[in-house]
Design a protein around this ligand. Structure first.
Ligand code: F6P
Length: 341
């Protein structure tokens, strides 16, 4: 049996831990060969593949990024592309494919599964927005990075009596904002799930500044004002139709300073949240996902995705996982709100 493995979409801490687990479980437990596919779906379009042995995955557990490379290539966009992918799967004698990715990469995996390819999915994204799994790996690392940044911004905000706006990733859901905001003691958190009213935001900050002379406001890049639109970082979309977000922090910071008169500074954490060493939690979750995915291959459980449910790693249909983006649990947001103002 030959297993192909690819990482697609935005990278995230823990990808190398999954690749390592997929390779070791395949070779040591099941005596499968593993083929590493470079740069996500692009590797299957171009035939950019290489055997992955135990030596190739040694020493990568703690490293961020992905040794395979990644891309946002969408093989299902065009009929010729999907044919090329199917041809290359045959040419390289790939019996089963382990696809590590977010909603877009997994939706392409489903497209191939529907055409007869034996696929198992592994959910990854720092955004934690995939349905059916309690957490995705990468998320815990991102929350730790943002929490540390909030801690650092606290001391300078307090010294200068400023509002500090911290823009974090989270395209469709505010998981990073809410979790790091709770951990960092944010005075306000704005997320895509709850459109905000700029008047209310400014009033709440002015009220707080009568007693406390500084504030930390965490905003997810996908947060939208009640009567406004998403703020985009640039024009155009990627191959899956995603717009590039970014800039809401600055828009908000300008507005807050203008309306409230409180000096305001903006920090955009950007890709710092996605790079670097994974936390122990993410390394362990990624390792468990990788092992379970290869076991799913051996059990013939195709069209499935591994997922964390409470303490267990379970399998669920990819088609259920990609139905929508997993939104922030409002009970969690209510807890965060208790500490606003
Ligand atoms: O999907 C994960 C994510 O990190 C989003 O939070 C963010 O909007 C996007 O990727 C950024 O993508 P890129 O690295 O392509 O700019």
């Amino acid at each position: 049996m030959r297993v192909g493995v690819l990482t697609g979409g935005g990278d995230c801490p823990g990808l190398n831990a999954v690749i390592r687990a997929v390779v070791r479980r395949s070779i040591i437990t099941h005596e499968y060969d593993v083929l590493g596919i470079r740069n996500g779906w692009n590797g299957l379009l171009e035939g950019d593949v290489d055997p992955l042995g135990l030596y190739a995955v040694s020493g990568i557990l703690h490293r961020g990024g992905t040794i395979l490379g990644t891309s946002r290539t969408n093989p299902a966009k065009d009929k010729d592309d999907i044919r090329r992918v199917m041809d290359n799967i045959q040419r390289y004698e790939i019996d089963a494919l382990v696809v590590i990715g977010g909603n877009d990469t997994l939706s392409a995996a489903l497209e191939l599964f529907n055409r007869g390819v034996k696929v198992v999915g592994i959910p990854k994204t720092i955004d934690n927005d995939i349905l059916g799994t309690d957490y995705t790996f990468g998320f815990n690392t991102a929350v730790s990075v943002v929490t540390e940044a909030i801690d650092r911004l606290h001391t300078t905000a307090e010294s200068h009596h400023r509002v500090m706006v911290v823009e974090v990733m989270g395209r469709h859901s505010g998981w990073i904002a809410v979790m790091s905001g709770i951990a960092g003691g944010a005075d306000m958190i704005l997320i895509p799930e709850v459109p905000f009213d700029i008047d209310e935001v400014c009033e709440a900050l002015k009220k707080r500044h009568k007693k406390k002379k500084f504030s930390i406001l965490v905003v997810a890049e996908g947060a939208v004002p009640k009567d406004g639109e998403l703020v985009l970082a640039g024009k155009g979309t990627d191959a899956f139709g995603n717009v590039r977000l970014g800039g809401i922090g600055q828009v908000l910071g300008n507005e807050i300073e203008k309306r409230s008169g409180i000096e305001t500074r903006v920090t955009i954490l950007g890709h710092i949240q996605r790079g670097g060493t994974p936390t122990a939690y993410d390394r362990i979750l990624a390792t468990r996902f990788g092992v379970r995915a290869v076991d799913a291959v051996s059990e013939g459980e195709f069209g499935k995705m591994v997922a964390l449910r409470s303490e267990d790693i379970v399998l669920l249909d990819i088609k259920k996982a990609i139905l929508a983006n997993k939104q922030v649990d409002m009970k969690l947001y209510e807890i965060a709100e208790l500490f606003f103002g």
